[in-house]
Write a protein that binds this ligand. Structure first.
Ligand code: ATP
Ligand code: MG
Length: 392
Protein backbone atom coordinates (compact mmCIF):
# COMPACT_ATOMS: atom_id res chain seq x y z
CA UNK A 1 0.00 0.00 0.00
CA UNK A 2 1.13 3.55 -0.64
CA UNK A 3 0.74 6.68 1.39
CA UNK A 4 0.79 10.31 0.33
CA UNK A 5 2.86 13.27 1.50
CA UNK A 6 2.24 16.86 0.59
CA UNK A 7 5.52 18.80 0.57
CA UNK A 8 5.78 22.58 0.81
CA UNK A 9 8.71 24.09 -0.98
CA UNK A 10 10.95 26.71 0.60
CA UNK A 11 12.40 29.89 -0.81
CA UNK A 12 12.23 28.40 -4.29
CA UNK A 13 8.88 30.07 -4.61
CA UNK A 14 10.61 33.47 -4.47
CA UNK A 15 13.01 32.63 -7.28
CA UNK A 16 11.02 34.00 -10.14
CA UNK A 17 13.80 33.84 -12.73
CA UNK A 18 15.08 30.30 -12.27
CA UNK A 19 12.27 28.71 -10.33
CA UNK A 20 11.98 25.83 -12.75
CA UNK A 21 15.64 24.94 -12.39
CA UNK A 22 15.30 24.98 -8.60
CA UNK A 23 12.21 22.81 -8.73
CA UNK A 24 13.86 20.33 -11.08
CA UNK A 25 16.81 20.08 -8.75
CA UNK A 26 14.61 19.40 -5.77
CA UNK A 27 12.66 16.75 -7.66
CA UNK A 28 15.84 14.98 -8.76
CA UNK A 29 17.26 15.24 -5.25
CA UNK A 30 14.13 13.73 -3.70
CA UNK A 31 14.20 10.85 -6.17
CA UNK A 32 17.81 10.14 -5.30
CA UNK A 33 17.27 10.32 -1.55
CA UNK A 34 14.04 8.35 -1.38
CA UNK A 35 15.11 5.71 -3.88
CA UNK A 36 12.81 2.69 -4.00
CA UNK A 37 10.54 4.07 -1.27
CA UNK A 38 9.21 6.61 -3.77
CA UNK A 39 6.42 5.48 -6.07
CA UNK A 40 5.32 8.72 -7.67
CA UNK A 41 6.21 12.40 -7.54
CA UNK A 42 4.12 15.28 -8.88
CA UNK A 43 4.81 18.97 -8.64
CA UNK A 44 2.19 21.63 -9.07
CA UNK A 45 1.86 25.19 -7.82
CA UNK A 46 4.68 25.16 -5.31
CA UNK A 47 3.71 21.81 -3.76
CA UNK A 48 5.05 18.35 -4.35
CA UNK A 49 2.82 15.34 -3.84
CA UNK A 50 4.78 12.17 -3.06
CA UNK A 51 3.36 8.68 -3.09
CA UNK A 52 5.59 6.43 -1.01
CA UNK A 53 5.55 2.91 0.34
CA UNK A 54 3.59 2.88 3.57
CA UNK A 55 6.08 0.55 5.30
CA UNK A 56 8.85 3.07 4.64
CA UNK A 57 6.99 6.15 5.87
CA UNK A 58 9.30 6.63 8.88
CA UNK A 59 12.37 6.64 6.61
CA UNK A 60 10.68 9.04 4.21
CA UNK A 61 9.83 11.44 7.02
CA UNK A 62 13.41 11.39 8.35
CA UNK A 63 14.74 12.01 4.85
CA UNK A 64 12.30 14.85 4.08
CA UNK A 65 13.10 16.51 7.40
CA UNK A 66 16.74 16.78 6.26
CA UNK A 67 16.31 17.82 2.64
CA UNK A 68 17.26 21.44 1.84
CA UNK A 69 14.55 23.35 0.00
CA UNK A 70 11.61 21.91 1.92
CA UNK A 71 9.69 24.13 4.35
CA UNK A 72 7.43 21.42 5.69
CA UNK A 73 5.49 18.31 4.83
CA UNK A 74 2.53 16.31 6.00
CA UNK A 75 0.93 12.97 5.47
CA UNK A 76 -2.20 13.83 3.54
CA UNK A 77 -5.39 12.38 2.10
CA UNK A 78 -6.02 13.31 -1.52
CA UNK A 79 -9.61 13.45 -2.75
CA UNK A 80 -11.66 14.68 -5.65
CA UNK A 81 -12.60 18.34 -5.49
CA UNK A 82 -16.10 17.78 -4.11
CA UNK A 83 -17.17 19.14 -0.73
CA UNK A 84 -18.51 15.74 0.47
CA UNK A 85 -15.22 14.00 -0.29
CA UNK A 86 -13.16 16.74 1.36
CA UNK A 87 -15.35 16.74 4.46
CA UNK A 88 -15.17 12.96 4.77
CA UNK A 89 -11.36 13.12 4.59
CA UNK A 90 -11.31 15.91 7.18
CA UNK A 91 -13.33 13.76 9.54
CA UNK A 92 -10.98 10.80 9.08
CA UNK A 93 -8.02 13.03 9.82
CA UNK A 94 -9.73 14.50 12.89
CA UNK A 95 -10.56 11.05 14.24
CA UNK A 96 -6.92 10.01 14.01
CA UNK A 97 -5.87 13.10 15.99
CA UNK A 98 -8.62 12.61 18.57
CA UNK A 99 -7.50 9.00 19.01
CA UNK A 100 -4.17 10.46 20.22
CA UNK A 101 -6.01 12.35 22.97
CA UNK A 102 -6.18 15.73 21.26
CA UNK A 103 -9.37 17.77 21.66
CA UNK A 104 -8.90 21.48 20.84
CA UNK A 105 -8.71 22.11 17.12
CA UNK A 106 -9.20 24.53 14.31
CA UNK A 107 -9.65 24.18 10.56
CA UNK A 108 -7.71 26.12 7.95
CA UNK A 109 -8.58 26.01 4.28
CA UNK A 110 -6.99 27.32 1.14
CA UNK A 111 -8.79 27.45 -2.15
CA UNK A 112 -6.39 27.82 -5.06
CA UNK A 113 -9.14 26.61 -7.42
CA UNK A 114 -11.88 29.20 -7.17
CA UNK A 115 -14.42 26.98 -8.90
CA UNK A 116 -14.72 24.90 -5.70
CA UNK A 117 -18.24 25.68 -4.43
CA UNK A 118 -17.22 26.67 -0.86
CA UNK A 119 -14.86 29.56 -0.18
CA UNK A 120 -12.09 28.94 2.34
CA UNK A 121 -14.04 30.41 5.22
CA UNK A 122 -17.09 28.30 4.30
CA UNK A 123 -15.05 25.12 4.01
CA UNK A 124 -13.30 25.67 7.36
CA UNK A 125 -16.57 26.22 9.18
CA UNK A 126 -18.17 23.13 7.58
CA UNK A 127 -15.19 21.07 8.70
CA UNK A 128 -15.47 22.56 12.18
CA UNK A 129 -19.14 21.69 12.50
CA UNK A 130 -18.67 18.18 11.18
CA UNK A 131 -15.88 17.41 13.65
CA UNK A 132 -17.76 18.91 16.62
CA UNK A 133 -20.80 16.79 15.75
CA UNK A 134 -18.94 13.53 15.23
CA UNK A 135 -16.06 13.61 17.70
CA UNK A 136 -17.33 13.93 21.25
CA UNK A 137 -15.25 16.11 23.56
CA UNK A 138 -13.68 18.22 20.80
CA UNK A 139 -13.83 22.01 20.85
CA UNK A 140 -12.72 24.77 18.54
CA UNK A 141 -9.74 26.82 19.73
CA UNK A 142 -8.44 29.30 17.19
CA UNK A 143 -5.53 30.52 19.30
CA UNK A 144 -4.03 27.43 20.89
CA UNK A 145 -5.34 24.38 19.00
CA UNK A 146 -3.90 20.94 19.73
CA UNK A 147 -4.35 20.08 16.10
CA UNK A 148 -5.22 21.93 12.92
CA UNK A 149 -7.03 20.37 10.00
CA UNK A 150 -5.73 21.80 6.77
CA UNK A 151 -7.69 21.54 3.54
CA UNK A 152 -6.08 22.72 0.31
CA UNK A 153 -8.07 22.79 -2.91
CA UNK A 154 -5.58 22.60 -5.80
CA UNK A 155 -5.28 20.20 -8.74
CA UNK A 156 -7.00 17.84 -6.30
CA UNK A 157 -8.08 18.37 -2.72
CA UNK A 158 -5.52 17.62 0.02
CA UNK A 159 -6.44 17.27 3.66
CA UNK A 160 -3.92 16.88 6.46
CA UNK A 161 -3.06 17.68 10.07
CA UNK A 162 0.21 17.92 12.01
CA UNK A 163 2.64 19.17 9.37
CA UNK A 164 6.31 18.47 10.14
CA UNK A 165 8.87 21.28 9.77
CA UNK A 166 11.55 20.99 7.15
CA UNK A 167 14.97 22.66 7.27
CA UNK A 168 13.96 25.22 4.60
CA UNK A 169 16.69 26.77 2.45
CA UNK A 170 17.55 26.02 -1.17
CA UNK A 171 17.82 22.70 -3.04
CA UNK A 172 21.11 20.83 -2.87
CA UNK A 173 23.50 21.93 -5.59
CA UNK A 174 21.54 25.01 -6.62
CA UNK A 175 24.49 27.11 -5.40
CA UNK A 176 27.16 24.77 -6.74
CA UNK A 177 29.55 22.64 -4.70
CA UNK A 178 31.48 23.76 -1.63
CA UNK A 179 34.39 22.11 0.16
CA UNK A 180 33.99 21.96 3.94
CA UNK A 181 37.06 21.90 6.18
CA UNK A 182 35.78 19.27 8.58
CA UNK A 183 37.56 18.73 11.90
CA UNK A 184 36.37 16.58 14.77
CA UNK A 185 35.12 19.66 16.66
CA UNK A 186 31.67 21.01 17.33
CA UNK A 187 31.77 23.90 14.88
CA UNK A 188 32.62 22.62 11.43
CA UNK A 189 29.75 20.07 11.09
CA UNK A 190 27.30 22.83 12.00
CA UNK A 191 28.91 25.13 9.43
CA UNK A 192 28.50 22.37 6.83
CA UNK A 193 24.85 21.91 7.71
CA UNK A 194 24.14 25.65 7.43
CA UNK A 195 25.77 25.91 4.01
CA UNK A 196 24.12 22.71 2.78
CA UNK A 197 20.86 24.42 3.66
CA UNK A 198 21.86 27.38 1.51
CA UNK A 199 21.98 25.11 -1.53
CA UNK A 200 25.62 24.03 -1.62
CA UNK A 201 26.36 20.45 -2.49
CA UNK A 202 29.25 19.62 -0.16
CA UNK A 203 32.37 17.54 -0.01
CA UNK A 204 34.63 17.60 3.03
CA UNK A 205 38.36 17.60 3.70
CA UNK A 206 40.04 16.49 6.92
CA UNK A 207 43.72 17.13 7.68
CA UNK A 208 45.16 14.18 9.48
CA UNK A 209 48.42 14.43 11.46
CA UNK A 210 49.01 10.75 12.14
CA UNK A 211 50.48 9.59 14.55
CA UNK A 212 50.04 12.85 16.48
CA UNK A 213 46.32 12.57 15.93
CA UNK A 214 44.85 9.12 16.45
CA UNK A 215 42.97 6.72 14.21
CA UNK A 216 40.00 7.29 16.54
CA UNK A 217 40.07 10.99 15.68
CA UNK A 218 39.72 10.03 12.04
CA UNK A 219 36.84 7.64 12.82
CA UNK A 220 35.14 10.50 14.59
CA UNK A 221 35.39 12.67 11.50
CA UNK A 222 33.92 9.86 9.40
CA UNK A 223 31.03 9.58 11.86
CA UNK A 224 30.45 13.33 11.58
CA UNK A 225 30.54 13.11 7.79
CA UNK A 226 27.80 10.44 8.00
CA UNK A 227 25.59 12.81 9.99
CA UNK A 228 26.21 15.53 7.42
CA UNK A 229 25.45 13.16 4.55
CA UNK A 230 21.84 13.02 5.75
CA UNK A 231 21.56 16.72 4.92
CA UNK A 232 23.81 16.94 1.88
CA UNK A 233 22.45 13.79 0.25
CA UNK A 234 25.86 12.09 0.45
CA UNK A 235 29.41 13.42 0.17
CA UNK A 236 33.04 12.59 -0.47
CA UNK A 237 35.35 12.87 2.51
CA UNK A 238 38.98 13.55 1.57
CA UNK A 239 41.67 12.86 4.15
CA UNK A 240 44.92 14.71 3.57
CA UNK A 241 48.10 13.65 5.38
CA UNK A 242 49.30 16.76 7.15
CA UNK A 243 52.07 15.51 9.43
CA UNK A 244 55.04 16.53 7.29
CA UNK A 245 53.67 20.03 6.82
CA UNK A 246 53.01 20.40 10.52
CA UNK A 247 56.50 19.19 11.40
CA UNK A 248 58.05 21.71 9.02
CA UNK A 249 56.00 24.49 10.60
CA UNK A 250 56.95 23.33 14.08
CA UNK A 251 60.64 23.33 13.12
CA UNK A 252 60.85 26.55 11.15
CA UNK A 253 58.12 28.96 12.26
CA UNK A 254 58.28 31.27 15.27
CA UNK A 255 56.45 29.51 18.04
CA UNK A 256 53.72 32.14 18.43
CA UNK A 257 52.80 31.97 14.74
CA UNK A 258 52.63 28.17 14.32
CA UNK A 259 48.84 27.96 14.51
CA UNK A 260 48.47 30.76 12.02
CA UNK A 261 50.87 29.09 9.57
CA UNK A 262 49.09 25.78 9.95
CA UNK A 263 45.73 27.39 9.27
CA UNK A 264 47.12 29.15 6.20
CA UNK A 265 48.54 25.86 4.88
CA UNK A 266 45.19 24.15 5.43
CA UNK A 267 43.41 26.86 3.48
CA UNK A 268 45.89 26.63 0.64
CA UNK A 269 45.57 22.84 0.43
CA UNK A 270 41.80 22.98 0.69
CA UNK A 271 41.64 25.42 -2.20
CA UNK A 272 43.84 23.26 -4.38
CA UNK A 273 41.61 20.29 -3.68
CA UNK A 274 38.54 22.45 -4.34
CA UNK A 275 39.82 23.30 -7.81
CA UNK A 276 40.44 19.62 -8.51
CA UNK A 277 36.93 18.54 -7.55
CA UNK A 278 35.15 21.52 -9.08
CA UNK A 279 34.10 23.21 -5.83
CA UNK A 280 33.36 26.92 -6.01
CA UNK A 281 33.88 27.83 -2.36
CA UNK A 282 35.39 26.80 0.98
CA UNK A 283 33.43 26.43 4.20
CA UNK A 284 34.87 26.60 7.72
CA UNK A 285 33.50 26.57 11.26
CA UNK A 286 35.30 29.76 12.25
CA UNK A 287 33.57 32.31 14.45
CA UNK A 288 34.88 35.79 15.09
CA UNK A 289 37.09 35.97 18.17
CA UNK A 290 36.47 32.37 19.29
CA UNK A 291 40.16 31.44 19.36
CA UNK A 292 43.36 33.27 18.54
CA UNK A 293 43.34 32.22 14.89
CA UNK A 294 39.88 33.71 14.43
CA UNK A 295 40.47 37.43 14.99
CA UNK A 296 39.78 39.70 12.02
CA UNK A 297 43.52 40.23 11.43
CA UNK A 298 44.32 36.53 11.57
CA UNK A 299 41.40 35.61 9.35
CA UNK A 300 42.67 38.21 6.88
CA UNK A 301 46.03 36.49 6.85
CA UNK A 302 44.76 32.92 6.44
CA UNK A 303 42.28 34.15 3.85
CA UNK A 304 45.07 35.81 1.89
CA UNK A 305 46.33 32.37 0.83
CA UNK A 306 43.20 31.66 -1.21
CA UNK A 307 41.07 33.21 -3.92
CA UNK A 308 37.84 31.27 -3.58
CA UNK A 309 35.12 32.72 -1.38
CA UNK A 310 35.32 31.33 2.15
CA UNK A 311 31.95 30.86 3.83
CA UNK A 312 31.96 31.04 7.62
CA UNK A 313 28.32 30.73 8.57
CA UNK A 314 29.13 30.65 12.31
CA UNK A 315 31.00 33.93 12.21
CA UNK A 316 28.33 35.79 14.20
CA UNK A 317 27.12 32.98 16.47
CA UNK A 318 28.28 32.35 19.99
CA UNK A 319 29.24 28.91 21.21
CA UNK A 320 25.90 28.22 22.94
CA UNK A 321 24.01 28.87 19.72
CA UNK A 322 26.34 26.60 17.79
CA UNK A 323 25.95 23.85 20.38
CA UNK A 324 22.17 24.13 20.14
CA UNK A 325 22.39 23.63 16.39
CA UNK A 326 24.86 20.75 16.81
CA UNK A 327 22.36 18.99 19.08
CA UNK A 328 19.56 19.61 16.63
CA UNK A 329 21.39 18.12 13.66
CA UNK A 330 22.71 15.17 15.67
CA UNK A 331 26.45 15.91 15.54
CA UNK A 332 26.99 17.10 19.12
CA UNK A 333 27.37 13.72 20.82
CA UNK A 334 29.98 12.68 18.29
CA UNK A 335 31.88 15.99 18.43
CA UNK A 336 32.31 15.81 22.20
CA UNK A 337 33.98 12.38 22.10
CA UNK A 338 37.43 12.85 23.61
CA UNK A 339 39.76 12.33 20.64
CA UNK A 340 41.59 15.58 19.98
CA UNK A 341 42.09 16.49 16.35
CA UNK A 342 44.65 19.19 17.00
CA UNK A 343 47.68 17.93 18.85
CA UNK A 344 48.79 20.09 21.79
CA UNK A 345 52.31 19.53 20.55
CA UNK A 346 51.52 22.05 17.83
CA UNK A 347 49.65 24.65 19.87
CA UNK A 348 51.74 27.59 21.05
CA UNK A 349 51.22 28.96 24.57
CA UNK A 350 50.91 32.54 23.37
CA UNK A 351 49.63 32.61 19.79
CA UNK A 352 49.67 35.84 17.81
CA UNK A 353 46.37 37.67 18.10
CA UNK A 354 46.77 40.29 15.35
CA UNK A 355 48.86 39.09 12.48
CA UNK A 356 50.95 41.68 10.67
CA UNK A 357 50.27 40.86 7.03
CA UNK A 358 53.67 41.75 5.67
CA UNK A 359 55.61 40.02 8.39
CA UNK A 360 53.55 36.82 8.42
CA UNK A 361 53.34 36.58 4.65
CA UNK A 362 57.14 36.71 4.53
CA UNK A 363 57.38 34.15 7.29
CA UNK A 364 55.01 31.84 5.44
CA UNK A 365 57.08 32.04 2.24
CA UNK A 366 60.21 31.19 4.22
CA UNK A 367 58.69 27.91 5.34
CA UNK A 368 58.98 26.71 1.72
CA UNK A 369 55.95 24.51 2.05
CA UNK A 370 55.39 24.12 -1.71
CA UNK A 371 56.77 20.58 -2.24
CA UNK A 372 55.25 19.37 1.03
CA UNK A 373 51.85 20.63 0.00
CA UNK A 374 52.23 18.90 -3.39
CA UNK A 375 53.00 15.64 -1.61
CA UNK A 376 50.12 16.10 0.83
CA UNK A 377 47.68 16.64 -2.01
CA UNK A 378 48.97 13.56 -3.81
CA UNK A 379 48.36 11.56 -0.63
CA UNK A 380 44.70 12.63 -0.38
CA UNK A 381 42.37 9.68 0.12
CA UNK A 382 38.73 9.80 -0.86
CA UNK A 383 36.00 7.99 1.01
CA UNK A 384 32.45 8.01 -0.33
CA UNK A 385 29.88 8.68 2.38
CA UNK A 386 26.51 7.77 0.89
CA UNK A 387 23.24 9.43 1.83
CA UNK A 388 21.66 7.89 4.90
CA UNK A 389 19.50 8.95 7.83
CA UNK A 390 20.05 7.68 11.38
CA UNK A 391 18.19 4.49 12.18
CA UNK A 392 17.61 3.39 8.57
P1 ATP B 1 35.96 23.07 15.26
O1 ATP B 1 35.12 22.93 16.48
O2 ATP B 1 35.16 23.02 14.01
O3 ATP B 1 37.13 22.12 15.25
P2 ATP B 1 37.52 25.11 16.44
O4 ATP B 1 36.77 26.09 17.23
O5 ATP B 1 38.21 24.00 17.14
O6 ATP B 1 36.57 24.52 15.31
P3 ATP B 1 39.92 25.61 14.92
O7 ATP B 1 40.42 24.33 15.40
O8 ATP B 1 40.77 26.81 14.93
O9 ATP B 1 38.56 26.01 15.64
O10 ATP B 1 39.44 25.40 13.44
C1 ATP B 1 38.74 26.34 12.73
C2 ATP B 1 38.19 25.69 11.50
O11 ATP B 1 39.25 25.17 10.71
C3 ATP B 1 37.31 24.51 11.81
O12 ATP B 1 35.99 24.89 12.06
C4 ATP B 1 37.45 23.71 10.54
O13 ATP B 1 36.61 24.25 9.53
C5 ATP B 1 38.89 23.94 10.15
N1 ATP B 1 39.78 22.88 10.69
C6 ATP B 1 40.49 22.89 11.84
N2 ATP B 1 41.19 21.75 11.98
C7 ATP B 1 40.94 20.99 10.89
C8 ATP B 1 41.37 19.70 10.43
N3 ATP B 1 42.19 18.93 11.15
N4 ATP B 1 40.88 19.26 9.25
C9 ATP B 1 40.03 20.01 8.52
N5 ATP B 1 39.61 21.23 8.90
C10 ATP B 1 40.04 21.72 10.07
MG1 MG C 1 39.08 22.26 16.11
Amino acid sequence: MDTLYLVKLGEIILKLGNRKEFEDRLKADLKRRLGGALKRLELSHGRIALEVELERAAFVEAALARTPGINGFARAIRTEKQPEAVLAAALDIARAEVAQGKRAFKAESRRADKSFPLDSYGLSSEIGHLVLENCPGTRVDLHAPQFTIHAEIRDKAYVYASPIQGIRGLPTGSQGRGLLLLSGGIDSPVAGYLMARRGLALDAVYFHAYPYTSAEAQEKVIALARVLAGYTGGLSLYTIPFTATQMRIKQKAREESTTLMMRAAMMELAERLAFKIGANSLVTGESLGQVASQTAENLRFTNSRVKLPVFRPLVGLDKEETIELARKIGSYNISVLPYEDCCVLFSPKHPILRADMTRESGAYEELELGPLLDEALKGAERKAIPFSVPGF
